[in-house]
Design a protein around this ligand. Sequence first.
Ligand SMILES: Cc1ncc(COP(=O)(O)O)c(C=O)c1O
Length: 393
Amino acid sequence: MGNKIQMIELSKEHNAIRGEIETAINKVIDSSAFIHGEEVELFERNLERYLGVKHVIGCANGTDALQIALMALDLKPGNQVLVPAFTYVATAEVIALLKLIPVMYDVNPRTFNTDGVVSLEKVEELINDNTKAIVPVHLFGQCSDMNAVLAVANRYNLKVVEDCAQALGAKYKVGEEEMMAGTIGNIGCTSFFPTKNLGAMGDGGALFTNDDALAQRIRMIASHGQEKKYHHKVIGVNSRLDTIQAAVLNVKLKYLDGYLAKRRQAAALYTTLFTKADPQNKYLYTPKEVEFSTHTYHQYTLIIKDNKRDALRQHLAEKGIASMIYYPLPLSDQEAFQNIALRREDFSKSAADSLHNSEYLAAHVLSLPMNPTITAESIELIVNEVINFLKEA
Ligand SMILES: Cc1ncc(COP(=O)(O)O)c(C=O)c1O
């Protein structure tokens, strides 16, 4: 509160298209079709076209999307699911909730994501007959190395659920082909939480798949397990994207690529200025862009060296500049996962440093204000404050 520069400025973004949004919401109010209104289907078809995927199924939020995805894959209690230790809790929470066992692996220390070397070479040691799925996350807006994920998944017959909550609109290169994040594995899951790349005005989420049978099963599970009204084939949940949210999303989807371009532009300015001020990475690392994915910069996240992160954050707050720590603890250190999750130590006594990168990142990352309306002046001011503090500290 009271910060001059906020992490996000949704009202600026929305004021520019307020008339369009109000018209869309008013149309839903006039129809009274608040649940299963025509805008929901329209949005699903629009997002299918945008993503180039056969099926988009709306649901109530991104956490539900992940839960429904795992339910649709017909896993059995006690099956093991591979998940990065450095992610938002939702990714692993739903695994535990379904009485599956999260098996945590480490991430690349510069991309924050699942890669083919750090994560997956070591991940093979964690795979046994009970391992049935992997949930790579496209954290902060850039894709994990899906070629490496698919290679491991094919070798060990694992299902792949992409957590695309932070990377909607990112493009991934598979060989010569370009695919949208979330459409590469068996199922992709996303969130329309208001601050996401494509944000609703409340909660929302969706699942994507190219598999007709899976799509049918996902729809059934999200709708109380019913194929036909009041005929329940499997135990399901009640998880719907409501019509007002779909109407808002239909308006905002048209602007998504424009928003992403502005995020990239802001990130490019941050990185140019930081690189000029700290060319030898004496104080920090800027986000690393990989060649196989575009970066949507859901977050602009620095790695602050020399244990100065928390003091820097305090300094920025005193200057009226917001910043956030995504995330201060790896999931393996969260109380809720003690005695539930497995990590490399559980498989091999010699692997004491198995989640070393996740632990390091939790202690060193700092996300700076990033949104489509941030100005060059704000970015210049933030960079100056960060660099001046780190030079003097
Ligand atoms: C990586 C990741 N996964 C899952 C979620 C869950 O989405 P939601 O908040 O819509 O349930 C989020 C966002 O909050 C997220 O950032």
